[in-house]
Design a protein around this ligand. Structure first.
Ligand SMILES: [Zn+2]
Length: 448
């Protein structure tokens, strides 16, 4: 058994953190979470035999939407003009250069950066399936295997959301150039390939993804959704990130992307719509009534000039909100969380849309549920022993009350990260990966 004594810990359902919490775990599971103050503090002079965690300890953060290889683009596209559509050109250039070895190296470094930021679980929305010209590798899931190994090295859990990406547009245009490596041919062959991918490691689970209504023909949406449903696995889809996607969908199908997904059985409690930046009022109702989750990626949405989604309306309609770093322009779930509130302020010119506890839930438990880990994201007995400790004595956080952490802290304030009971980050350093060096070297391979 391992015991930690947190100076503050944020317990489930609480509006704010609790001081002096004893946390115990055995075999990667929390076995006791005991506030000492309420339950009788140790008598003066009596020491508790536990690892001290100065600062605020949170449950593990879940990054519900990632494309690991986009990390190579940070700082390379941000000064340019253009929009989401022109940004894709350098993104495709990196995609074209990756092979299983360089993908492993880049993803390992990107996931280790996530660990440093307190992310204990990542949802990888994965579509780099085949060789650069579209030829299948001998093992058609070798790129998925690279991601599984990368997450193992980085010490975090992974949900491999295997994305069907079959066409270049809503009109069914064929994939060309660098996009050919995304292509399984059709949804049945996609299902055949993902059926063959059976990771046995405890840190990985499977899931499915519809890249978008641009990338999966309407007649094949149900095949992907049905596969996820049959296996009881999460299904994710990019939805209405751009107005042009809505316009194209209306032109071809006479409805919005959300309506199209609903009509083909792709919405529901196990589905997460990523972005939902430009939904109609009817879309918001469809998402909420079906219990479909929505994953917001505010730092990417602002970087790509996507727009600001109606986060509060989406939440009130019934969609659980999760967070993702998506393109990794920023890997910092504190920044993503406060952006949900602050962007809503910019949109509405009013303050106070989300409580601190709601932002915590989006960064932790809801994200884990969206990735198929219903047993993580809370400091609760029986849950996975994920602990993320944030210092309250940095230049950013000194003098900040613990409840204000989501409005003050950055990823750089994370000092200690425990995943499934195992310490991955201590004193702000990754224990097994030299993160800056590995990021520099792995990015140089695919960009130089
Ligand atoms: Zn994405």
């Amino acid at each position: 058994m391992t015991r930690w004594l947190a100076e503050y810990a944020w317990l489930p359902e609480d509006a704010e953190p609790t001081p002096d919490v004893l946390i115990e775990a055995t075999d990667g599971r929390l076995t006791a979470v005991t506030p000492l103050t309420g339950g009788g503090p140790p008598a003066a002079g009596v020491t508790v035999d536990a690892v001290r965690l100065p600062g605020l300890t949170l449950p593990g953060l879940a990054n519900a939407h990632s494309h690991a290889f986009h990390r190579a683009l940070r700082g390379r596209t941000h000064a340019g003009r253009g929009d989401f559509w022109s940004w894709r050109d350098p993104m495709y250039a990196v995609a074209a250069r990756l092979d299983p070895d360089s993908y492993l190296a880049l993803a390992r470094a990107a996931y280790a950066e996530m660990a440093l930021a307190g992310i204990t679980c990542v949802g990888e929305f994965h579509y780099l399936h085949h060789g650069p010209d579209g030829t299948r590798y001998d093992d058609p899931n070798v790129m998925s295997e690279a991601l599984v190994e990368a997450a193992a090295h980085a010490g975090i859990r992974l949900t491999l959301l295997d994305a069907a990406y079959l066409t270049a547009g809503v009109d069914g245009a064929e994939l060309v150039g660098p996009q050919r490596r995304f292509d399984d041919g059709d949804a049945l062959r996609w299902a055949e390939r993902v059926d063959a991918f059976r990771p046995t490691d405890g840190h990985v689970r499977r899931g499915a993804a519809i890249h978008s209504v641009r990338a999966v023909p309407a007649g094949q949406l149900a095949t992907v959704a049905g596969w996820a449903d049959r296996h009881g696995l999460p299904l994710h889809a990019h939805v209405s990130e751009q107005p042009a996607e809505n316009d194209a969908c209306r032109a071809v199908h006479g409805c919005t992307p959300t309506r199209l997904l609903a009509d083909h059985g792709a919405l529901g409690r196990h589905t997460t719509a990523v972005h939902a930046t430009h939904p109609t009022a009817a879309d918001v109702t469809l998402l909420g009534d079906s219990g479909t989750g929505v994953c917001l990626c505010p730092t990417t949405e602002r970087d790509l000039a996507d727009g600001i989604g109606p986060a509060r309306r989406i939440a009130e309609a019934g969609s659980p909100l999760s967070l993702g770093s998506d393109s990794h322009a920023v890997v910092d779930l504190f920044e993503e969380a406060r952006a949900v509130e602050l962007d809503e302020r910019l949109r509405t010119r009013r303050r106070g849309h989300f409580t601190a506890a709601e932002l915590l839930a989006a960064a932790t438990v809801t994200g884990h549920v969206a990735l198929g880990w219903g047993d993580a994201g809370r400091l609760a007995v029986g849950d996975r022993a994920d602990l993320v400790t944030v210092r309250l004595d940095s230049a950013r956080t000194a003098g900040v009350p613990p409840v204000g952490v989501f409005f003050a802290a950055t990823a750089a304030d994370v000092t200690q990260v425990v995943v499934d009971g195992r310490t991955v980050v201590a004193d702000g350093r990754h224990l097994t990966v030299d993160v800056p060096t590995e990021l520099r070297d792995s990015i140089a391979v695919v960009t130089s």
